[in-house]
Design a protein around this ligand. Structure first.
Ligand code: PLP
Length: 410
């Protein structure tokens, strides 16, 4: 986190805002293609559904993991075609399955018999992907308790698919979000191999392996990502060699968006309180736990500071102790790595403004995309420079900004 004094902003505004660096998405994608060449990414829309993000990734050629009717609607409305979507939620409301059927979204996950019955009633063309529970003990957010079939019931479930005349095309798993152990992927890929073998024996034509999400995406992600990729590539070569004809996809969320978003929040109130003989700063900022800062903690030293979100709820404490230089009312704090599970989880509790989002694109990328007719964004879809930043402000997170401010539609 860093601080900017109020003079850096020529506009008199307190509304928090994100700058979404679309160049960062592009760089992440290039790295993905180089490092995991066999794995096609299907971006997990749940992680951050900002339209400029979806448009950019669609242009770059990713597919999309959608978890609901609303996410499918959004992605289709932005020009994505149905075969580039996997409906990757194992427990879906029936109306959402019907919607997927009418829109030609056929690929979907399941993990229990009850889901099969719904699918067989509403979407007979579905191409099913069996999600298995895998070891997620080394991940920040565990998913296998809620989702995924246990190995002991895999065969019975696949037999039920046969009885219902449903087509199963593959296996998926998720090692948990914020995974810290590359070996979790290796074990899960091996587990998936066993399920493939069982399904092939039952007569299914298995052609898809979906290795889920869990990849790091904040700044400094590279070392861990490269380590994960090495282990994944080796495990794929061992258990699903290229000549097996199996298509491998993944559902990265955090990987693509975390470092691309930087949040600017306004310090709109301040109190200095004494704790023993220490001056402790209490800051009240224009976004908080009920907004983009629902999953944030900080780390660096100066004055002990307590940072509160804007709402009347005392739960809205962004951090209880953060050591930072003193700032003043009117100053702004910049918080980076704010792309994953932030804007999508915001509420408008107390009617405080939600953070605006200003997607920005560097001139060079803009020119490359425009020249090759690639980029579906017209300038109205992204900012060349957010209005608050017309002053002498230097955000190291940003690409070189275009000089003219533009309208933002997001
Ligand atoms: N796929 C599924 C089914 C998920 O539930 C999630 C996150 O919860 C993701 C993909 C994205 O995970 P991550 O952001 O860790 O890449």
């Amino acid at each position: 986190m860093s601080a900017l004094n109020s003079a850096s902003f020529i506009q008199d505004s307190e509304v928090p805002f994100h700058v979404a660096n679309l160049d960062d998405l592009h760089q992440k994608h290039i790295r993905w293609l180089r490092t995991l060449p066999r794995v096609k990414p299907f971006y997990a829309v749940k992680c951050n559904s900002t339209p400029a993000v979806i448009r950019m990734l669609s242009t770059l050629g990713t597919g999309f993991d959608c978890a609901s009717k609303g996410e499918i609607e959004l992605v289709l409305s932005l020009g994505v075609t149905p075969e580039k979507i996997i409906f990757a939620h194992t427990t879906k409301p029936q109306s959402h399955i019907k919607y997927a059927s009418t829109r030609g979204v056929d690929m979907m996950t399941f993990d229990c018999e009850e889901e099969l019955l719904k699918i067989s009633a509403c979407h007979t063309r579905a191409k099913l992907v069996l999600r298995i529970a895998v070891d997620d003990s080394k991940s920040a957010i565990k998913l296998s308790q809620k989702f995924g079939t246990k190995p002991s019931v895999v065969k019975k479930l696949l037999e039920r698919c046969k009885e219902l005349d449903l087509e199963v095309i593959g296996v998926s798993f998720h090692v948990g979000s914020g995974c810290t152990d590359s070996l979790a992927y290796r074990q899960a890929i091996e587990d998936a191999r066993h399920v493939f073998d069982t399904a092939v024996l039952l007569g299914f034509q298995m052609k898809l392996l979906d290795i889920g999400g869990g990849f790091p995406g904040n700044e400094g992600f590279q070392i861990q990502f490269d380590e994960f990729s090495k282990v994944i590539n080796e495990a794929l070569d061992e258990f699903f060699p290229a000549d097996s004809g199996v298509q491998v996809i993944a559902e990265p969320g955090r990987y693509y968006v975390d470092s691309a978003f930087t949040l600017a929040v306004n310090v709109f109130a301040k109190k200095v309180v004494m704790d023993d003989n220490d001056r402790v700063m209490m800051y009240y900022i224009s976004d908080g736990v009920f907004g983009s800062l629902n999953s944030t903690c900080f780390g660096e030293k100066r004055y002990r500071s307590i940072i509160w979100g804007p709402t009347c709820d005392s739960l809205d404490r962004v951090t209880a102790t953060y050591w930072m230089p003193e700032v003043q009312v009117g100053d702004w704090l910049l918080i980076d790595n704010m792309g994953a599970y932030t804007v999508c989880c915001s509420s408008d509790f107390n009617f405080f403004d939600k953070a605006d989002i200003y997607p920005v694109l560097s001139r060079i990328l803009h020119e490359i995309f425009t020249a090759s007719n690639l980029y579906p964004l017209d300038p109205l879809h992204y900012f060349m420079c957010p209005p608050q930043m017309l002053g002498p402000m230097n955000l190291s997170c940003l690409p070189p900004l275009m000089s003219a401010p533009e309208q933002c539609t997001h």
